[in-house]
Design a protein around this ligand. Structure first.
Ligand code: S1T
Ligand code: MG
Length: 546
């Protein structure tokens, strides 16, 4: 049965497995090790790291990646990363070892067990879109096929539980299922109405979100945007989409937290088509009520809401193809890209003795990418993420909606494994204290990321919401020295000149991970975070005082 599962993973496009074993999972890990030539196995130090790494790898591939853990203590340690993957539509396959079916019947409480033996399954039902317990080898192939199709089609995590006494049971091969069917007439009716509304509108606008990336639809959406010739904005979660296309891109919409000119384009539209957009507070910068629902069409979660009515079961790719058909032969309007609208990322760091502000970090990294080449970026939650909004266009993975800390470093390791490239990790000191230790696994896995730590000795983002609180002050941890102990190279920088020199040295040394511990004065925050917090505070003020 283990062999059938591993074959199915490979057949469904899985490229690697991230894992941390335990006794209930050892039999399955033996099979993983035997198949490491087809499915490399990367082990990490803590299950949250396993979950975040697999999530980032899945985002990189635009397809499933695997997080394999042991029962109870392992899988329950990974609930938060998988919850984040569920919220942000990332297709992670969770495989958990489990007590043997025969063990379960002996009436003893088993180690790692919570309330009942299926407590873990119940918990994972809440954070995954499909689940299977492989306790019957006859049913297993169909169960595996169904769950892996759900993972791809919904781009969300799924859960597979493997009782340890069933791992070697004889089992038929898994036959992948064909894509779920949908009703062409419904898609056509929907596309007709959407097109009509776009052409009726005097200020039609396209807003593209995370599903466009997850389902690999960027090329088709770029073509649609060019043919329609209407302004296009991305959401926070969709940042970077279409950046390398000729589509008339105006920038990233973040509501009140974003740039006013992008806000005006989106909020004043009388025909707003949202493709694959998560309707979240972080995407709409608490400005949700400023977007008129009567004028919006939202295609997401395999359905399309047009004004106040819904077309169910309309897959995003089918809708986009139908819209492309309807504008076939329409030449892209001559003016093409509205070049002036895109913000110019900061560059040209002044390498002097001045203290470092978050915007200096964006400029320094943009300079580094200009001088060498852009690196894929993994960002954690905190001001590092808002600073990433000022970076030049490069692939970015970040918890832009679920907003959990701890994502950054393990995600960078996930990108290293999935891409074979060297990522840049941006992380706050608070978040680094949670999962930065995973850097200690770089040597055995052959990874050498560059990690920049925004060391403001503070939970600074929280301080902006509650300046009077005392508990947001953190001690200054010596991250650069700690990096040496974890097998990397550390740089402690306090001035802009130091920062420039450290980045150049780190970029040149690919032998091991490089950590740049950047001292930032408390209270120094990025412009985007300042706008974001201003928007939130403004929105939470009593009506009439906003
Ligand atoms: N715990 C986890 C796992 N994720 C969270 N997002 C939080 C708590 C709440 C939280 C923030 S921002 C923040 C916390 C604790 C402080 C982050 O500190 P650091 O990493 O040093 O970054 P910076 O100093 O740039 O803020 C959000 C609001 O939920
Ligand atoms: Mg901090």
């Amino acid at each position: 049965m283990a062999r059938a599962l591993i074959d199915a993973l490979v057949d469904h496009g899985v490229h690697e497995v991230f894992g941390l074993p335990g006794d209930f999972a050892l039999p399955f890990f033996r099979h993983l090790e035997q198949n490491a030539d087809r499915l490399p196995l990367y082990t990490l130090a803590h299950e949250p790291g396993v979950g975040f790494a697999a999530d980032a790898a899945a985002r990189w591939h635009g397809g499933p990646s695997v997080a394999c853990v042991t029962y109870g203590a392992g899988a329950l340690n990974m609930v938060n990363p998988i919850a984040g993957a569920f919220s942000e539509k990332s297709p992670v396959v969770v495989i958990s070892g489990a007590p043997g079916v025969d063990e379960a019947g002996r009436g003893l409480l088993l180690h790692h067990q919570v309330r009942t033996l299926d407590s873990q399954l119940r918990i994972y039902r809440e954070i995954t879109c499909d689940q299977a317990v492989l306790d019957d080898p006859h049913r297993a192939p169909a169960e595996i096929a169904r769950v892996l199709r759900s993972c791809r089609e919904q781009s969300r995590p799924v859960y597979i539980e493997v009782p340890r006494d069933r791992v070697d049971a004889p089992c038929e091969p898994v036959v992948p299922l064909p894509p779920s069917s949908w009703e062409p007439a419904a898609v056509n009716a929907c596309a007709d109405e959407v097109m009509a509304r776009l052409f009726e509108a005097s200020r039609p606008v396209l807003l593209v979100g995370v599903e466009v990336r997850r389902f690999g639809l960027e090329g088709r959406v770029a073509e649609l945007a060019s043919r329609l010739g209407m302004p296009v904005a991305t959401t926070f979660m969709g940042r970077g989409l279409l950046a390398e296309s000729a589509a008339p891109l105006v920038g990233t919409y973040m509501g009140l937290a974003g740039r006013p000119e992008v806000r005006a384009v989106v909020e004043e539209s009388d025909g707003l088509l949202m493709l694959g957009v998560l309707m979240s507070d972080t995407n709409f910068g608490v400005s949700g009520e400023r977007v008129d629902p009567r004028a919006t069409m939202v295609a997401a979660d395999r359905g399309v809401r047009v004004g106040f009515h819904v077309y169910p079961d309309v897959p995003l790719d089918a809708l986009i193809d139908a819209l492309l058909e309807r504008c076939a032969g329409r030449a892209a309007p001559a003016e093409g890209r509205v070049a002036s609208a895109l913000p110019v990322p900061p560059r040209g760091l002044v390498a002097d003795a001045a203290a470092i502000h978050p915007r200096d970090i964006a400029a320094a990294l943009n300079d580094l990418f200009d001088e060498t080449e852009p690196m894929p970026v993994a960002s954690d939650m905190g001001d590092c993420l808002f600073t990433a909004m000022d970076m030049v266009h490069t692939p970015l993975v970040a918890p832009g909606y679920y907003a959990t800390m701890g994502f950054g470093v393990p995600a960078g390791l996930g990108i290293s494994a999935a891409s074979g490239r060297r990522p840049l990790v941006m992380v706050g000191d608070g978040a680094f204290q949670m999962t930065g230790w995973e850097l200690g696994t770089c040597a055995r896995n052959g990874w050498a990321p560059i990690v920049v730590v925004f060391n403001n000795a503070s939970w600074e983002m929280l301080r902006t919401f509650q300046p009077e609180a005392g508990y947001n002050d953190l001690d200054v941890w010596p991250f650069a020295r700690l990096a040496e102990g974890l097998g990397g190279r550390g740089y402690a920088v306090t001035t802009r000149a130091d920062l420039k020199a450290a980045l150049a040295a780190a970029r040149a040394d690919e032998s091991r991970f490089q950590l740049i511990d950047i001292a930032i004065p408390r209270g120094a925050i990025s412009d985007t975070l300042a706008r974001f917090v201003g928007a939130i505070k403004g929105a939470n003020r009593p009506p009439g005082t906003r």
